[in-house]
Design a protein around this ligand. Structure first.
Ligand code: HAM
Length: 422
């Protein structure tokens, strides 16, 4: 006997109960996007490999699913949506209505080691604003990310948006004589995971002295914006700090101050961020980041377009689902039709006609095929998640009536098909 084929590692099958969870999360994503005035877009699932090499950063490039197609082109399955969004915007050029508030729910692929919250295929909500330099745009997105968590039933104590600024770190790195920033950002992003010697060695290779590393450490240990003020001296760094102060005032005005915290250790692993950066974590830090994003003002011009300020974040479906499961906030069971027809006399022609009438009126209707015992039909109603059973063909037929049973309460009433259509 041949073996049953298993799905590829790091992928998921979505049975109806899994789809119910997925739709629950996607529903919250879409509702909040609509409330914030965002419009949906999509792109292809695969792109030219060069879209990612050199722009997304070494970490993501090492995780690409890439291949050469039959025409000899180097292709990669998209590991993130941001380069695709940049390409779309560049194609529109001056025809892009700015600021554009766009969202997408792409399926993404990264060749990662499979672990809790990390898969090789996942979905990710992307919300981005293109064409605004204003820190209000950064605030808008952080507020939206918090409101999504709230929409899913989470509270401010469950999730923390940790916020910092690449611009602040960049200006400090300038002060410290750093010659190559992208590898430093990656090392800083992994600071907690890397052995200390490797971390120090990496920073040394990028031109930082021991004193410089001590000053970076001091920045990372700062608990508030006020503490950072004493650590930086350049006008650029002071401007970056002032921007963060305004951001926190805006977040308070958005009503999400309780969800947000200044955290200088947030750097982000991706290469293209230039300004405010943030990551949302579960408060207990038992999971990897729920979401991450920031400002990336240079990416569009690096991809051949005009300079276009941009901000955005990505929120994966895997980590948020884990957190909702831990908190008991996921829907259980499968969503079934409102009505389940139970044929009392086995007249399937009549049953199909009643179903057609109800469906034409927009009602959700299911029934068992081939009639059978009432008990079996009722069991099918339960198993299919129906809310009410409608008994068709009882002795009330002459009066064009049907009996209706609420499957949750057991309450039984008499109605007509016409009344059920309303
Ligand atoms: P990212 O930090 O690479 O950012 O991903 C954002 C979120 O996607 C993560 O916090 C995590 O929830 C989820 N995620 C990432 N990799 C995986 C994985 N292998 N399995 C499950 N979930 C995963 C970006 O992708 C940026 N492009 C976001 C962005 C949009 N920045 C600006 N606009």
């Amino acid at each position: 006997m041949s073996q049953k084929i298993q799905p590829p590692k790091g992928t998921r099958d979505f049975y109806p109960a899994d789809m119910a969870i997925q739709n629950h999360i996607f529903g919250a994503w879409r509702r909040v996007c609509a409330r914030f005035g965002f419009q949906e877009y999509e792109g292809p699932s695969f792109e030219h490999l060069e879209m990612y090499t050199g722009k997304s950063g070494d970490e993501i490039v090492g995780q690409l699913y890439n291949f050469t197609d039959k025409g000899g082109r180097d292709i990669a399955l998209r590991p993130e949506m941001t380069p695709t969004l940049a390409r779309l915007a560049n194609q529109l050029g001056r025809n892009l209505r700015k600021p554009a508030r766009w969202f997408s729910l792409p399926r993404l692929w990264r060749y990662e080691k499979q672990q809790r919250g990390r898969l090789r295929e996942f979905f990710q909500l992307n919300m981005d604003i293109l064409g605004s330099d204003n820190v209000s745009a950064d605030a808008e997105l952080i507020a939206a990310a918090c409101r999504i968590c709230e929409e899913l039933g989470l509270k401010s104590g469950d999730v923390v948006a940790r916020i910092s600024s690449r611009r602040l770190i960049s200006t400090l790195l300038d002060e410290l004589g750093c010659t190559d920033k992208p590898p430093v950002y990656l090392a800083l992003d992994r600071r907690e995971k890397l052995p200390r010697e490797d971390f120090v060695k990496g920073l040394g290779e990028a031109g930082l002295t021991e004193d410089g590393i001590r000053r970076l450490d001091a920045l990372f240990d700062a608990k508030s914006l006020a503490e950072v003020t004493d650590l930086v001296s350049s006008d650029d760094a002071k401007a970056a700090l002032a921007e963060l102060e305004t951001l926190f005032q805006l977040l308070a005005a958005h009503g999400v101050a309780d969800w947000c915290k200044f955290d200088p250790t947030v750097v982000r692993g991706l290469a293209y961020y230039t300004g405010v950066v943030y990551e949302l974590f579960d408060a207990g830090r038992s999971l990897r980041a729920i979401a991450g994003g920031g400002r990336y003002d240079d990416l569009l011009s690096k991809m051949g377009g005009e300079r276009m300020p941009a901000v955005g974040f990505g929120m994966g479906d895997v980590v948020i689902a884990e957190l909702l499961k831990d908190k008991g906030l996921l829907p259980t069971g499968i969503p079934g039709p409102d009505l389940w027809l139970v044929s009392v006399d086995g007249d399937e022609i009549r049953q199909a006609a009643v179903a057609a009438k109800l469906r034409a009126a927009g009602k959700e209707v299911g029934f068992a095929f081939g009639g059978g015992k009432l008990g079996k039909q009722m069991q099918a109603a339960q198993e299919n998640g129906a809310k009410r059973a409608v008994f068709v063909g009882s002795d009330r037929v002459a009066a064009d009536q049907v009996e209706v049973k609420d499957l949750a309460t057991g309450e039984q009433t008499v109605s007509t098909v016409e009344a059920l259509c309303l």
